[in-house]
Design a protein around this ligand. Structure first.
Ligand SMILES: [Zn+2]
Length: 459
C-alpha cells in the first residue's frame, strides 16, 4: 500500500482483486508488480459514512478517528449503473464484486449475470470468511458478499443463500423473513433458520454463549439477544453491556477464523445510514465511533502481522446530505451541545412519544422537560448559551408536537415531507434543531451523490 495516495472505488476493487489474484496464482510469499501476498483482509463499510459523517464523529470525539489516520486516504465515487444517487444493494455489488449494477440488485449485472464476490473467491482459496453487521444479516450490504438476487427485498432467498455459502462466521442482527411471509421467494424449502442448521450452522443469541465461543467453533451465526426494528443491533447510543458490539464481534471473528490460510472479514456499520436517514447526527456519530472501535480491533491485529494484513475502510454512499456548517451558526461549530443527547431518535419515538400519545390528553408543556432531559435543549436561559432555544424554534417544536399528536408525518404532503421526511414529527424536529445548534445541516432523508472516503493500511 505504500505510496498509494488515492483509490477510486474501481481502483480499490481492482486493488483488492489484485491481491486475491496474486494469492491464487502465487501461494508463496512474494508476487508480481511489487505487491506482497496478503493473508488477512479486513473490509470495513460504514453505510452512509461519507466525509461529513467521519468529520462530524471526529469533532464530536475531539480526536482523530483511527480510520482517518491510515496512510492511504482516497476518494470514491458511488453512482449506480442506472442512477446517479446509489443505494446499498448496487453499491455493495460494486464493492464486493467489482461491477456497477442497477438499484436494488445484489451480486448480479444489470442483465442478470451472477458475479462472484471477493468473499466467495477468498473462500475458494481456502480462507475463512466472517461477515459482521449491525443490520439484519440478510440486509443488502452483508448479502452482497454471499448472495445473488435481482431484488434486495428477497430476504428469504438471501437467507437460503447464506446457508449455502459455507462461510464460517456471521454476526450482528437477525433475519427479516425466515418463513417467506413476503411470498417473494423463488423456491420455498422450509424455515430458513432450520435450513441453516441443517447446513451445519449453530445459531447463537445470548451473550454468554457468544462469549463461550472459542477457536475450533465453525459455522456460527451470532444474533444479538436484543434487536431494534428491522431485526438490527440496537444503535450504539441505546446499547447496554448486555448487547454485543461490532468491536466484540470483530474480536471474536479473529479468534475463530485465524488459520494458516488466513481470513477475509467484512464489518459493516449499517445503521450510520439509518440514523442519517432520520437526520439524527448524534446517533450516527456514535455508530461511526462504534465502527472505528472495530477498526481498532483489526488494527491491533495488523500490528502483530503487519506484512500479512490489509485493512480497508470505505462506504457505499452518503446519507442525509449532512453538512459541516449551518446558516444559523455561520462560521461557528458547537459540537459540545451534542453530548447531552442520551438516546436515539428511534428510542425517543418508541419509548417516549408513543406512550405519551397513548395516554391521550398531553400538552406541549408536558413534553418540554422531556426535550430538555433527553436532548439538552433549554426553553429558557441566556441567549448566548448554545443550548437555549430561539423563539422561532420553540414555535417549530410546538407545530411539530401538534403534527405528532395528529400523526401528520408528511408521507403524502410535500411540504410536511420536507419538514419530517415521514419520521415522527416531534422527534425529527428536535434532532434538526439540536444539530443546527451544533452547526450541522441536513438536506435530505435519502442518500446523496457525495463521494466517500476510502482509507487503507497494510498489504
Ligand atoms: Zn440508506
Amino acid at each position: 500500500m505504500k505510496g498509494v495516495k488515492t483509490l477510486t472505488r474501481r481502483g480499490f476493487v481492482r486493488f483488492l482483486f489484485a491481491f486475491f489474484a496474486c494469492i491464487l496464482a502465487f501461494p508463496p510469499a512474494i508476487v508480481h508488480a511489487g505487491v506482497k501476498k496478503v493473508k488477512y483482509v479486513f473490509l470495513f463499510i460504514g453505510d452512509g459514512m461519507a466525509f461529513p459523517q467521519r468529520m462530524a464523529a471526529q469533532n464530536y470525539k475531539g480526536e482523530k478517528l483511527l480510520m482517518n489516520k491510515f496512510p492511504a486516504q482516497g476518494m470514491t465515487t458511488t453512482y449506480a449503473a442506472n442512477r446517479f444517487i446509489t443505494g446499498s444493494a448496487a453499491a455493495v455489488t460494486a464493492i464486493a464484486c467489482g461491477h456497477k449494477t442497477d438499484i436494488g440488485m445484489i451480486g448480479i449485472t444489470p442483465d442478470g449475470k451472477v458475479i462472484k464476490s471477493i468473499a466467495e473467491l477468498a473462500k475458494e482459496d481456502g480462507k475463512k470468511i466472517g461477515i459482521i453487521t449491525s443490520t439484519s444479516l440478510d440486509h443488502a450490504t452483508p448479502a452482497g458478499f454471499y448472495a445473488h438476487v435481482p431484488d434486495r427485498d428477497m430476504y428469504y432467498d438471501i437467507e437460503i443463500q447464506l446457508a449455502n455459502s459455507g462461510f464460517d462466521f456471521f454476526g450482528g442482527g437477525g433475519f427479516k423473513d425466515p418463513t417467506n411471509k413476503r411470498h417473494n421467494s423463488r423456491h420455498y424449502v422450509g424455515n430458513a433458520l432450520d435450513y441453516m442448521r441443517s447446513h451445519g450452522y449453530t445459531i447463537i443469541n445470548s451473550k454468554e454463549a457468544f462469549e463461550r465461543l472459542h477457536k475450533g467453533d465453525d459455522k456460527v451465526i451470532v444474533i444479538n439477544p436484543r434487536l431494534q426494528p428491522g431485526d438490527s443491533l440496537p444503535y450504539r447510543i441505546d446499547q447496554t453491556p448486555a448487547d454485543i458490539t461490532l468491536a466484540q464481534l470483530t474480536k471474536k471473528a479473529i479468534e475463530l477464523l485465524d488459520n494458516p490460510k488466513g481470513f477475509f472479514i467484512m464489518v459493516e456499520g449499517g445503521k450510520i445510514d439509518w440514523a442519517c436517514h432520520a437526520n439524527d447526527a448524534v446517533t450516527s456519530i456514535k455508530d461511526t465511533l462504534a465502527l472505528d472501535e472495530a477498526v481498532k480491533v483489526a488494527y491491533d491485529f495488523y500490528k502483530k502481522h503487519p506484512d500479512e494484513t490489509l485493512i480497508v475502510v470505505t462506504a457505499d454512499h452518503e446519507t442525509g446530505g449532512l453538512s459541516l456548517g449551518f446558516a444559523g451558526t455561520k462560521y461557528a461549530s458547537y459540537f459540545g451541545v451534542l453530548h447531552l443527547q442520551d438516546m436515539s431518535y428511534q428510542r425517543f419515538t418508541n419509548d417516549i412519544v408513543k406512550p405519551l400519545k397513548k395516554k391521550g390528553y398531553v400538552t406541549f408543556d408536558d413534553v418540554k422537560p422531556l426535550i430538555t432531559k433527553h436532548f439538552g435543549l433549554k426553553f429558557e436561559g441566556d441567549s448566548s448559551d448554545p443550548l437555549v432555544l430561539k423563539p422561532y424554534e420553540v414555535a417549530q417544536l410546538k407545530i411539530a408536537f401538534e403534527d405528532s399528536m395528529k400523526n401528520a408525518r408528511g408521507k403524502h404532503d410535500p411540504y410536511k415531507y420536507l419538514l419530517y421526511g415521514g419520521y415522527e414529527p416531534l422527534t425529527v424536529t428536535i434532532t434538526h434543531i439540536l444539530d443546527h445548534h451544533a452547526g450541522l445541516g441536513w438536506t435530505s432523508y435519502k442518500h446523496t451523490g457525495v463521494p466517500v472516503p476510502t482509507s487503507a493500511v497494510g498489504g
